[in-house]
Design a protein around this ligand. Structure first.
Ligand code: G6P
Length: 359
């Protein structure tokens, strides 16, 4: 069944492997007469809003950051992304017609629920994007979009993150199309290409195992840098590594590193740099040079077409908006193998719970 490990050593490995099929499942689940579609009511709610407020925690917060770019670029709706535990007690000034979007794999995160209760009291509409039909956040919101990722058992979220990105992309794309925005690509096709790209990465796992060995075997800390969408993925890459290998890690905007944090770079400090965004490729490579000059051990992960000699990993080309679905996968695998090398309990890391039902 879906919730058995089968021959897999860990749920996390199984769930990473499922990512291409999860993306394909989402394409099917959100297809109507050959086109991507979402429920009419939800589409109306999105397009009636003057601003979207994405509320989430942990990995879901990181997918929310990418979701902001999707809605702003494709649907041209302004978006704010908030950590649920902060939003509840420190509410920003709201727009006139907000729509709240609760992103939550489990649909049970207490910090997020607390915000949902508050915004419902205030009379605002809410949409929950979750993996669990019938979960608290789904029942209490006006609308639900499902992730269709299947049960996620490993504490560290992998396939739900990719599913969230795919569903956010679908919702933003459909909303943008309905608004008559100029969107010059076929998302359905591009998601299918991304699924194939993820498969190719998963098929070359040994490379990620080797990277974990080369860069993280004795590391005390690590940095993940990127610009633009790559920055969002850097945050998630760092979180994965912290959660399961207990290596202190930070995700940083490439350009911000020099304003303080570069002081932490020493001889041999691992720095993972993502290069998937053409318009900032040169800038992030500049940031890599800065850290290498201070002794960093840089691991450059670049998209096909942007690669240069000396890059450690080249990712298959996908649509520039969809690179996060693909670039996160090697980072998940690198974290997994780093944790294995350290004999950590990959599926049940210390101090963590799959869903946190206390505020
Ligand atoms: C917990 C988990 C994280 C997860 C976060 C939000 O802290 O350990 O992996 O990202 O909750 O969970 P949710 O179910 O709301 O996405």
């Amino acid at each position: 069944s879906d919730i058995e490990k089968g021959t897999y050593a860990h749920y996390m490995l199984k769930e990473m492997d499922e990512q291409p099929s999860v993306v394909r499942k989402i394409i099917q689940a959100y297809e109507l007469d050959g086109e991507l579609a979402i429920d009419e009511e939800i589409l109306t709610a999105i397009n009636a809003a003057d601003r979207l407020y994405i509320i989430a925690a942990g990995t879901s917060y990181h997918s929310g950051l990418v979701g902001k770019a999707y809605f702003e670029k494709m649907a041209q709706i302004p978006v704010e992304v908030h950590i649920s535990s902060e939003f509840g007690y420190n509410m920003p000034l709201l727009s006139e017609k907000p729509l709240f979007i609760f992103l939550s794999q489990s649909g049970e995160t207490a910090d997020s629920r607390q915000v949902l209760v508050k915004v419902k009291e205030m009379g605002y509409p809410a949409l929950t994007i979750t993996n669990v039909q019938g979960s608290t956040l789904s029942r209490e919101a006006d609308y639900t979009l499902l992730l269709h990722a299947g049960p996620e058992i490993a504490v560290a979220s992998t396939k739900a993150y990719v599913a969230q990105l795919a569903v956010l992309a679908v919702a933003a794309y459909v909303a943008g199309k309905a608004r008559g925005n100029a969107i010059d690509f076929d998302l359905k096709q591009e998601l299918a290409i991304a699924a194939t790209a993820i498969s190719a990465i998963i098929d070359s796992k040994e490379e990620m195992e080797q990277i974990a060995e080369d860069y993280l075997k004795i590391a005390r800390n690590a940095f993940f840098i990127g610009r633009n969408l790559d920055f969002c993925v850097s945050l998630e890459g760092a979180l994965k590594l912290k959660e399961i290998s207990y290596i202190q890690a930070e995700g940083f905007a490439g350009g911000e590193l020099k304003h303080g944090t570069i002081a932490l770079i020493e001889e041999g400090t691992p720095v993972f740099a993502l290069v998937t965004q053409e318009q900032v490729a040169l800038n992030i490579r500049g940031n890599v040079k800065e850290v290498v000059a201070r002794g960093a051990n840089a691991c450059i992960i670049a998209s096909e077409g942007l690669e240069e000699e000396g890059d450690r990993l080249v990712l298959p080309h996908v649509h520039p908006l969809l690179t996060p679905l693909v670039s996160v996968v090697p980072l998940q695998l690198i974290s997994y193998y780093a944790a294995l090398h350290r004999r950590c309990d990959v599926d049940k890391p210390r101090n963590l719970a799959k869903s946190v039902t206390v505020e």
